[in-house]
Ligand binder design. Sequence first.
Ligand SMILES: Nc1ncnc2c1ncn2[C@@H]1O[C@H](COP(=O)(O)OP(=O)(O)OP(=O)(O)O)[C@@H](O)[C@H]1O
Ligand SMILES: [Mg+2]
Length: 320
Amino acid sequence: MPAIIRMENLTKKFGNFVAVDHLNLEVEEGEILGLLGPNGAGKTTTILMLATVIRPTEGTAYVRDYDVRKNPDKVRELLGIAFQEPKMLWVSTPWDIVNWHAKVCGLSTSERKQRVKEVLEALDMWDYRRRNVHALSGGMRKRVELAKVLIQRPKIAIVDEPTAQIDIVGKHKIWRMLKELCEQGTTMILATNELYEADVLSDRVAIMHKGKLLVCDTPKKLKDSIVGGDVVEIQFEADPSPKIVEKLKQFKEVVKVVKSKSSMLRLYLNKVEEVVPKIMGVLMKDGASVSSIRMSEPSLDDVFAHYTGLTLEEAQKEGG
Ligand SMILES: Nc1ncnc2c1ncn2[C@@H]1O[C@H](COP(=O)(O)OP(=O)(O)OP(=O)(O)O)[C@@H](O)[C@H]1O
Ligand SMILES: [Mg+2]
């Protein structure tokens, strides 16, 4: 797939402070690229440069072949953006905002009428369509912001923390809608600091920290890249024989075997899905009595901690 967005040494300084630091990253046509990072990592600043809201200090980005510095108007034609902090005129209502946006995007009157209703209903905002926006809750305001992108169906959608402040039922609905949008041909950049959101939606995840790109790959590959990140716990009926322990240590994927009290072995390994059948083979051959086996893969939390060197708690503190 060709790249639809190319960032080349994209950099933003605010005074002496480097918010985005020589970012080189490509977004492929049709993919959802998750931009993940703790508070202050530079996600929003990156997005605002792509959306031509702020100018890069150094380097640039190309959307299709348009340079964000030289052809901002062309870039804007291809983009739809849902901002992290929607700025809304306090005199308007959700219906006015979304209808106006649909008009700007060139939808005909009849099309507009139907689509505005559809989208506001899908976002559970139809009943609030006449409410003054200052009387909306934070989550409702986010929904109105997202409605703009869903109405527009842009070639490239940029969504910044799309489900922050939104309740859990709403989150699932919105994730489904964003996926559907991409199935219809939209390419998406999703900035989030919610690891689960990045995991379920993204084809690839780019992890940023302090303005720099640390790593970018599919969630699966990122998880697999953590050596010994998978864990298998085997609970034996009685202490396993040293022979079994030795045999389990022989597998090249097994990084560490830890024997714990109450006849349990904990194995740290790679590629859990490939090794478990082999482990079962060893246990059966030796006639070991096993009462349970539990396995877990690393989550994106582990990936995040691995690459940023921060636990989530520390990351949140750091962003402060
Ligand atoms: N207009 C500005 N002037 C000065 N500093 C800024 C400005 N905008 C952003 N910054 C700083 O740049 C850094 C990156 O901010 P940015 O909003 O891009 O982070 P983020 O990754 O989107 O974080 P969050 O998860 O909190 O949304 C932060 O340290 C922020 O304080
Ligand atoms: Mg942000």
